[in-house]
Design a binder for this molecule. Structure first.
Ligand code: SF4
Length: 333
C-alpha cells in the first residue's frame, strides 16, 4: 500500500479529496437529476449521523485526505448542518472545507455556516431567467437563490463559485447572462457538461453543451477567454481568464475532455457507501463498520482498499458504459 499516509491507486493517482454527501433529500427537483414525484429516498435511520461522518473524515484525513466538500442531495436541508461544519473545520490536517448547495436556504443558513468555519461555497444556478429556473427545478425559488448569493457576498465567503449545468436546447440562452453576472459580481461561473447521472435516463449525448462551444460564445459575445496554464491538474475544472482581467470562468468537461487520469477524489454517500468514482458501479459499505465493532485500523484498511481498486476512469465515451445504479442526488456532486 506504499506510504500509509497516502491513498494512491494502481494508476499512481494520489487521493486527497473526499466528497461527503450528508443527505439524498432535496428541496428542488432539477429534471436532469431527479423525478418530480415519488422520489425514492434512503430511510432516515440509514443516513450517517454527524458523529459517524466526523469519525470517518478524521480517519480519512489520517490517511492523507486534505480537502472535504460537503454535498447532498441538498446539504442545507439537513438540520443543524452548521454543527457538522464546525466539527469538520476543527479536524487537524483538513486544510480545505467547501460546500455545494442549490442556494435556496442560504439566506437563512449562510451566517451560521460561516461562523462554523465555512469559507468556500459553490452555488448551483443554471439560469438567470425565472421561468427557465422554474422549468428546470420545478420550484419557484429563483429569488431565494439570488438572495442567498448576496448574503454570501456580504458575509465574505471566498471563493464563491456558481455551478451551472449546461444543457443544449435549454440553457444556451443563459451562457452570456451568467458570464456577465459573474463579471459583475466577481464570482467564478463554472459550466458543467451534462452527465448521464439522472434518475430517469434522460441523458443524451446531443444534449451536452460542450465546454469549447461555451468558450467560443463567451469569447465572441462577452470578452475573449484565455486558458490559464499550469493549473492544478487534479482539479476537475479547466480555468480561463478574461483577456481584460474581468475574472475567471471554469469548465467541468467530464464528457468532452475527461480528467480521470488526474482524479484525486473519493465519495462517501449519505447512507455510508464509499465510492471511488462518481460513475462507479460498485461501492463499499462503511456504515456497518462505523456502527459496528470495527477498529480504526480496519476502517482505514477498507478506505485504502477502495482506492486501490479504483478503475482508470468513467467509460461514458465507450460502448462499455453502464450508468451507475445510483442517480446523482444519491451520490452527491
Ligand atoms: S469520472 Fe470518476 S474517475 Fe473520472 S474524474 Fe470523475 S470521479 Fe474521477
Amino acid at each position: 500500500m506504499g506510504n500509509p499516509a497516502q491513498l494512491r491507486d494502481t494508476f499512481g493517482r494520489l487521493h486527497d479529496n473526499l466528497r461527503v454527501s450528508v443527505t439524498d433529500r432535496c428541496n428542488i427537483r432539477c429534471y436532469y437529476c431527479m423525478p418530480e414525484h415519488e422520489v425514492q429516498f434512503v430511510p432516515r435511520e440509514e443516513i450517517l449521523t454527524f458523529e459517524e461522518i466526523e469519525r470517518f473524515v478524521r480517519l480519512a484525513v489520517s490517511l492523507g485526505i486534505r480537502k472535504v466538500r460537503v454535498t447532498g442531495g441538498e446539504p442545507l436541508v439537513r438540520r443543524n448542518l452548521h454543527l457538522l461544519i464546525r466539527k469538520l473545520a476543527a479536524i487537524p490536517g483538513l486544510t480545505d472545507l467547501a460546500l455545494t448547495t442549490n442556494g435556496v436556504l442560504l439566506r437563512e443558513q449562510a451566517e451560521p455556516l460561516y461562523e462554523a468555519g465555512l469559507r468556500r461555497i459553490n452555488i448551483h444556478l443554471d439560469t438567470l431567467d425565472r421561468n427557465r429556473f422554474l422549468r428546470i427545478t420545478r420550484r419557484d425559488d429563483f429569488d431565494r437563490v439570488l438572495e442567498g448569493i448576496e448574503t454570501c457576498r456580504r458575509l465574505g465567503y471566498d471563493p464563491i463559485k456558481l455551478n451551472a449545468v449546461a444543457v443544449k436546447d435549454l440553457t444556451e440562452p443563459d451562457v452570456v447572462p451568467l458570464a456577465r453576472f459573474g463579471r459583475e459580481k466577481n464570482i467564478e461561473i463554472r459550466f458543467i457538461e451534462f452527465m448521464p447521472l439522472d434518475a430517469q435516463g434522460l441523458w443524451l449525448r446531443d444534449k451536452v453543451l460542450l465546454a469549447d462551444d461555451i468558450v467560443q460564445t463567451i469569447s465572441s459575445e462577452v470578452c475573449p477567454l484565455i486558458e490559464i496554464p499550469d493549473r492544478d491538474p487534479r482539479a476537475p475544472a479547466t480555468e480561463y481568464r478574461y483577456a481584460d482581467g474581468g475574472g475567471t470562468v471554469g469548465f467541468i468537461a467530464s464528457i468532452s475532455k475527461p480528467f480521470c487520469l488526474n482524479c484525486n477524489r473519493i465519495r462517501l454517500t449519505a447512507d455510508g457507501k464509499l465510492r471511488y468514482c462518481l460513475f462507479a458501479i460498485e461501492e463499499t459499505d462503511v456504515k456497518g463498520l462505523l456502527r459496528g465493532a470495527a477498529t480504526e485500523e480496519e476502517i482505514a484498511r477498507i478506505i485504502a482498499e477502495v482506492v486501490a481498486a479504483k478503475w482508470e476512469g468513467h467509460e461514458v465515451n465507450t460502448a462499455r458504459f453502464v450508468a451507475p445504479p445510483r442517480p446523482m442526488y444519491a451520490i452527491g456532486g
